[in-house]
Design a protein around this ligand. Structure first.
Ligand code: CTP
Ligand code: CA
Length: 220
């Protein structure tokens, strides 16, 4: 019943969600990107919408249908996502960064296609924006939630990110866990708050993870 008639406990709240990967173009035909289906971020956007929030979803390239009733803004690069997120930040109540943002971009984009030659190709990658850290540094009234996909030392790494990026919550997941994470409709996560309190959720649908996350934010 609660699925058919979700409690509208977020009416009037402005929620910004990022989802999917970003891409870093190398030349007109090549890019590097991150592994992300976008499913977790889209599920969060849909959950917030169904609870009555005004939702903006800033999405890198995914194969998912844009959710009805959500303002969807499509971006490709880290820089585009940075601009779209930052320009809307002041008016948000909750910002959830589920996107897999590229940490590096090529030092110099080649406007001409790089032709194959008999030698190896060397590219230099330079650091790109840490969008979430910028949001943390500029944080005023917003509740800021990050994601951390880790292969080892999950809790330590995730807590480090809470501190470095001035977050209220981080959702940590173990990318080595079976049948969860990338591409899957399921996820197994630990929600950690800035006091270090941990909530370990069982493996569940990404939509249920989203529900648990908002329930937890509401409880505080
Ligand atoms: N993030 C971001 N901008 C980046 C990198 C990450 O906004 N350039 C955000 C992600 O959307 C996520 C959180 O920061 O919510 C953690 O991302 P992650 O890649 O796990 O952390 P990094 O700080 O990039 O550290 P590392 O990749 O070295 O683990
Ligand atoms: Ca990263």
């Amino acid at each position: 019943l609660s699925k058919l008639y979700p409690i509208k406990d977020m009416v009037g709240q402005n929620v910004l969600v990022t989802a999917g990967p970003t891409v870093s173009p190398i030349d007109p035909v090549r890019f590097i990107s991150n592994n992300s289906s976008g499913k977790m971020g889209y599920a969060i956007a849909e959950e917030a919408r169904d609870r009555g929030a005004n939702v903006v979803l800033i999405s890198g390239p995914t194969s998912l249908k844009p959710p009805v009733g959500v303002e969807v803004i499509s971006v490709k690069t880290n820089g585009e996502m940075y601009n779209e997120v930052l320009s809307r930040y002041d008016s948000q109540d909750i910002v959830i960064k589920a996107a897999a943002v590229a940490d590096y971009k090529v030092e110099e984009y080649s406007t001409r296609k790089i032709k194959k030659s008999s030698s190896d190709l060397q590219l230099k990658f330079v650091r790109d924006n840490d969008i979430l850290k910028t949001l943390g540094d500029k944080k005023q009234h917003q509740i800021l939630v990050g994601f951390a996909a880790e292969s080892n030392d999950i809790i330590e790494n995730a807590i480090g990110k809470i501190e470095r990026k001035n977050l209220d919550y981080i959702v940590a997941n173990d990318i080595t866990a079976k049948d969860t994470g990338f591409e899957s409709n399921y996820n197994k996560v630990i929600i950690i708050d800035k006091t270090g309190k941990q909530i370990s959720l069982d493996k569940m649908s990404k939509r249920k993870v989203a529900k648990n996350l908002f329930d937890e934010i509401k409880r505080r």
